[in-house]
Ligand binder design. Structure first.
Ligand code: GAR
Length: 221
């Protein structure tokens, strides 16, 4: 048997998506090894989850670096030295330097709470509500130098309901994020997914014309 995919998770906040990955691994549904949880915030809930799960933690403070690029170069050098195969951005709230991330293109994914290409950046739930959208969702995409602009692998869609405000919508969507992210990592761990330069995704060797869709716990074409 080949060795499990070695993943590093980067998170700035509470870490519920990390928790979903850990739960999938513990349930035997995700054959990966967590080699690091890294954060720019010493108080991130994600770090406490990592500690409880016995995963090595890495905390880098932006103020200790002369520039964004210096921070990112150090972060990615450490992840390389740890031997990460895949970097998963799960609520990592920093813009990454294009040069520093370049060696990781195709080996780094991000979960973003919108139906990309709609609503890159922040306040996605509020913007969807203000636009009067009928549906909202979350995307997992390969990370490229363009903020939230890399090719989308898979999406979860939900209808916007009359009672939704920003908080309710975010909370309802989060439950879908927790299924979407493990499902994508599972495909990568199985060696079925690939980044095809400059901006494509292929599944089982065939380029995806549109992102995969989450149905239940599964991704479908
Ligand atoms: C998630 O909703 C994720 O999609 C979002 O941050 C939240 C992290 O929650 N990511 C972004 O907005 C990235 N631009 P978590 O810490 O509970 O996983």
């Amino acid at each position: 048997m080949s060795s499990p995919l070695r993943i590093a998770v980067l998170a700035s906040g509470r870490g519920s998506n990390l928790q979903a990955l850990l739960a999938a691994r513990d349930a035997g549904a995700l054959p990966v090894e967590f080699v690091a949880v890294a954060s720019d915030k010493p108080t991130a809930g994600a770090l406490a989850l990592a500690e409880a799960a016995g995963i090595p933690r890495l905390v880098l403070k932006p103020k200790d670096y002369a520039s964004r690029r210096a921070f990112d170069l150090d972060l990615f050098a450490r992840l390389r030295d740890i031997g990460a195969d895949l970097v998963v951005l799960a609520g990592f709230m920093r813009i990454l330097d294009g040069e520093a991330l370049h060696p990781w293109v195709g080996r780094m994914i991000n979960i973003h709470p919108s139906l990309l290409p709609k609503y890159r950046g922040l306040h996605t739930h509020r913007r969807a509500l203000e636009a009067g959208d009928l549906e909202h969702g979350a995307s997992v995409h390969y990370v490229t130098a363009e903020l939230d602009g890399g090719p989308v692998i898979a999406q979860a869609r939900i209808g916007i309901e009359t009672g939704d405000d920003e908080q309710r919508l975010a909370g309802r969507l989060l439950a879908y994020e927790h299924r979407l992210l493990p499902a994508v990592v599972r495909l990568i761990a199985a060696g079925r997914l690939a980044f095809t330069a400059p901006d494509g995704v292929s599944l089982d060797g065939a380029r995806l014309a549109v992102p995969l869709e989450l149905r239940g716990d599964e991704l479908v074409r």
